[in-house]
Design a protein around this ligand. Structure first.
Ligand code: RP5
Length: 164
C-alpha cells in the first residue's frame, strides 16, 4: 500500500455500517491495484456535521477520488459532491424494500450543476467504483496506470474461448 503523504488516495465513505458488506468489494479492488485508501462511516442525515467537515477538508487531506456508498434516499454522494470539487462516485446500496432502485435513482438523478458518477447497484457497482477510481488516478499516476493495465489484461486472458 502506498501511503506517502504526497501520493493521492481514494476515500471510501458509506452511510452506515450495514453498507460495508457491499463496500468491502471496492476496498478489495483498491488493495489489488495498490491504491492507498481510507474508509469512513459518514451519514448525510445522521451525522451531518461529520459529513460537512469531511467534505470541506477532503482536498486538504490529499484525496483524489471519493467513493460514496448509500442506500434508500441516498443523498450522501450528492451532498458531498456539493461541498467539494473532488470527483465523487456513488455506489447505490441494495435496499431491503426496493432492492436498491431507490438508491440508484437518488444517486443517478442529480440535477445539473453538481455531478455524481453512478455505478450499478450492489457488489458489481462497488467493484466498478474501485476500478473507475483507478482509471481516474491512472491519468496522472504511472504506477497505477500500469497496475490497472495488468489487471485488465489478466481479466481478458481469463475469459475462455469456449464454454464447458
Ligand atoms: C443509509 O440508510 C445507509 O447508506 C444505508 O444503506 C441505509 C440503511 O442504514 P441502516 O438503517 O442499516 O443503518 O443512510
Amino acid at each position: 500500500m502506498r501511503n506517502n503523504k504526497n501520493i493521492s488516495k481514494v476515500s471510501i465513505i458509506m452511510g452506515s455500517q450495514s453498507d460495508y458488506s457491499t463496500m468491502k468489494f471496492c476496498e478489495k479492488v483498491l488493495k489489488i491495484l495498490k491504491i492507498s485508501f481510507e474508509k469512513k462511516i459518514i451519514s448525510a442525515h445522521r451525522t451531518p456535521k461529520r459529513m460537512f467537515e469531511y467534505a470541506r477538508n477532503a482536498e486538504k487531506n490529499n484525496i483524489s477520488v471519493i467513493i460514496a456508498g448509500a442506500g434508500g434516499s441516498a443523498h450522501l454522494p450528492g451532498m458531498v459532491a456539493a461541498i467539494t470539487r473532488i470527483p465523487v462516485i456513488g455506489v447505490p446500496i441494495e435496499s431491503k424494500r426496493l432492492k436498491g432502485l431507490d438508491s440508484l435513482l437518488s444517486i443517478a438523478q442529480m440535477p445539473k450543476g453538481i455531478p455524481v458518477g453512478t455505478v450499478a447497484i450492489g457488489k458489481d457497482g462497488a467493484i466498478n467504483a474501485g476500478l473507475f477510481a483507478a482509471s481516474i488516478i491512472s491519468t496522472f499516476d504511472k504506477k497505477i496506470k500500469k497496475n490497472l493495465e495488468n489487471w485488465r489484461s489478466k481479466q481478458t486472458k481469463s475469459v475462455k474461448k469456449k464454454p464447458k
